[in-house]
Design a protein around this ligand. Structure first.
Ligand SMILES: NC(=O)c1ccc[n+]([C@@H]2O[C@H](COP(=O)([O-])OP(=O)(O)OC[C@H]3O[C@@H](n4cnc5c(N)ncnc54)[C@H](OP(=O)(O)O)[C@@H]3O)[C@@H](O)[C@H]2O)c1
Length: 304
């Protein structure tokens, strides 16, 4: 099969190559998915899981990308809940070969059925931002109607999903980002916008929840905005700051079929939009990933 591989961490994205790789074999509890659309997260090539297995052993050449939509072509022994020919979408294991390929082996529990009326491109675009925003807002952030949430990077891939889901849950949503992101953030549901290059974060007032994607200074400053009992959730790794009377949770998104069902249902009903940028083929993927990035998720349409 054709796949994008990386072999040299120092080479970054220019080190990505389109090569022939053996098709994955089906193992216990796995399915093989014929990938129709897939995606990777921007800084995935800096994650240790791209380069080593769980025991720290070199696993290169490795195939990046962990978001996919496709069709099940084989089922491993003991695998239940999915069938050959079924349309699926989901998030694959960080430590295994990924989705920038024609086929991928993935545990069935990482996948949810993709309804027939949802295009593979949209399915792939919903996975990572949908799960991350859902888990940050509701599992970790415990967001409730009537609360105020500050969503950093609200025009970006994850932030735009968080803004939409938070608004739909009845929260008051304040988005942040660059001046150029204002209109997009408002269109995705933010009711106010903070231009981080010009406005003062402190002027926002107190909030129940901060959904952080930046880490560093912005996240640390944001801890000062948290109301007593409130939370800052971050997807950028551990931060130093702590709210005076609140908590900080850094988390990494996990696969969750029920949450994928929730997200795709909202998409079908027109209550949730994807934030898609470039759409490329597997053949053009390396060039696309090495060209100037447009905003929104880059989706590889692996099969036309
Ligand atoms: N822990 C997890 O489970 C998890 C899951 C998913 C993603 N992530 C991480 O989350 C981060 C965000 O991902 P994403 O896909 O949402 O990225 P993205 O689409 O690039 O969104 C980032 C947004 O923030 C804006 N921005 C960036 N730097 C800024 C700055 N200094 N000041 C103001 N605005 C700024 C960007 O504007 P421009 O486009 O104009 O730069 C963009 O609108 C990435 O680091 C990703 O790896 C973590």
């Amino acid at each position: 099969m054709q796949a994008i591989v990386v072999t040299d961490q120092a080479a970054g994205r220019p080190g990505m190559q389109l090569v022939e790789r053996p098709e994955p074999e089906v193992a216990i509890n796995d399915v093989i998915v014929e990938v129709h659309a897939s995606a990777m997260t921007g800084d995935e090539l800096s994650w240790p899981s791209t380069w080593t297995d769980r025991a720290g052993r070199d696993r290169t050449p490795s195939i990046p990308g962990h978001e996919l939509a496709g069709i099940v072509t084989a089922i491993g022994y003991g695998t239940t809940g999915l069938s050959v020919g079924q349309r699926v979408f989901g998030l694959t294991d960080w430590y295994r070969d990924g989705t920038l390929a024609e086929y991928v082996a993935v545990e069935a529990r990482n996948l949810a059925p993709l309804p027939a009326d949802v295009d593979f491109t949209d399915g792939a675009a919903l996975v990572m931002p949908g799960l991350t925003a859902w888990q940050g807002l509701f599992d970790h952030g415990r967001l409730r109607a009537g609360q105020t949430v500050l969503v950093h990077g609200a025009a970006g891939v994850v932030g735009s999903m968080a803004a939409q889901l938070a608004r739909a849950a009845g929260a008051y949503v304040i988005g942040t980002g660059r001046a150029s992101g204002r209109q997009a953030a408002l269109d995705f549901g933010a009711q106010e916008y903070v231009d981080l290059e010009k406005d003062k974060l402190q002027d926002v007032g107190n909030v129940d929840l901060v959904f952080d994607i930046f880490g560093g200074d912005i996240a640390n400053q944001s801890t000062g905005l948290i109301k007593p009992g409130g939370t800052l959730v971050t997807i950028a790794g551990p931060i130093d700051g702590r709210p005076a009377n609140g908590s900080v949770i850094d988390f990494v998104v996990v696969a969750d079929p029920n949450q994928l069902n929730e997200v795709v249902q909202r998409f079908r009903e027109g209550r949730l939009r994807t934030n898609t940028g470039n759409i490329s083929s597997l053949r053009d993927a390396v060039a696309t990933y090495n060209s100037a990035q447009v905003s929104g998720k880059t989706i590889l349409r692996v099969r036309p």
